[in-house]
Design a protein around this ligand. Structure first.
Ligand SMILES: [Zn+2]
Length: 341
């Protein structure tokens, strides 16, 4: 049953609907490349299995997210924080883990608002350490040179048992971070990949979710991204090396919208833990996305507070959450053909 459910969850979160000027037709090819590279099993299932195997009650889980910079996306966008929050909610209520959101300073508002809307109380880190409750939002140094030692310090202090990254851009082979269409040079922008590097060095399980090939984790299929994304081989910036990141996570999940990838992993966790009651509902999906938008995490097509995520209507995200909930509910039912079959 886990393999069957995982198959269809993967299919649902990889249904693409993208404006024709954007990189279209890339979701399934990226997904298929990642699935083959990972050994062939459903990717939401592999991500959820890894989290269940590594994370216990009271453990810290780092969740990295946040994309977008001024002047268009001043505090980030509506893809990233809502998925991070929904997955953090399942880890918090389903396992009793303590979600710690690791973000850039200018993304903290929408991430905090999304987490609170998902039912994760956000408190100072000292509260998590003393009371073993709540989640925290930690902001990275704004100077690039300080990020690596800051990341190492976090691992020393907190010993996280897993790191999840969603919709968080990673550098290419020249160390340059690009957008989905190969643009670069935004400010403020620090590279948070040292957090992943630290996890890799210490053998801490990591999951990467993204939707274009430039997000942390896609280093697993670096050469495939170069072939699949129109700006994969050659970017629109002077570096000329393309937008594909070189940074790998243990499991990579390409989705149409990164939030949907997180929703898919959340669903598989609900199934494996047999705790469907902690999956977020369509109504909560709406609250979370709206909280993100209100806090300045804007929809990334027109850069407004309108109820959209990556060009798709907010209701479409709610519908995906509805379907995932029903898929898990039915999968957990006792075997029964009903009176007519
Ligand atoms: Zn470039």
């Amino acid at each position: 049953m886990p393999e069957i459910l995982g198959e269809y969850v993967d299919r649902l979160v990889t249904v693409e609907m993208r404006n024709r000027a954007m990189p279209v037709g890339i979701t399934v090819p990226l997904y298929e490349a990642a699935r083959a590279e990972g050994g062939g099993r459903p990717l939401t299932l592999r991500a959820a299995e890894g989290l269940v195997a590594n994370v216990k009650k009271g453990d810290y889980v780092f969740i990295i997210t946040g994309a977008g910079t001024p002047p268009t996306l001043v505090a980030g966008e509506s893809d990233g924080p809502p998925g991070a929050a929904a997955l953090g909610r399942m880890l918090y209520y389903g396992i009793g883990a303590l979600p710690v959101f690791v973000v850039e300073e200018h993304h903290a508002g929408p991430v905090t608002a999304s987490a609170e809307a998902a039912g994760i109380p956000i408190r100072d880190l000292s509260v998590l350490q003393e009371r073993h409750f709540a989640g925290a939002v930690l902001t990275a140094p704004t100077e690039e040179a300080k990020v690596a030692s800051w990341a190492a310090g976090l691992f020393n202090k907190m010993q996280p048992k897993a790191v999840i990254t969603t919709e968080r851009l990673g550098p290419n082979e020249k160390g340059i971070i690009h957008g989905a269409t190969g643009l670069s040079g935004w400010k403020p922008m620090v590279d948070l990949s040292p957090v992943i590097d630290e996890a890799t060095k210490r053998g801490v399980f990591s999951v990467g979710v993204g939707d274009a090939g430039n997000e942390l984790g896609f280093g697993r299929i670096h050469s495939a991204v170069k072939e699949i994304n129109p700006w994969g081989k050659k970017c629109q910036c002077p570096c000329g090396a393309g937008m594909a990141t070189v940074v790998k996570t243990d499991v990579l999940l390409p989705a149409f919208i990164s939030n949907w990838g997180c929703y898919g992993i959340e669903a598989m966790l609900a199934f494996l833990l047999k705790k469907p009651q902690f999956q977020h509902t369509p109504a909560m999906a709406k609250s979370i996305i709206q909280a993100c938008l209100e806090a300045g995490g804007l929809e990334a097509m027109n850069c407004t507070k309108l109820f959209y995520v990556d060009g798709a209507e907010g209701e479409t995200s709610m519908a995906v959450v509805q379907m995932l909930g029903d898929m898990v509910r039915i999968s957990l039912q006792e075997g029964d053909t009903g009176p007519a079959h």
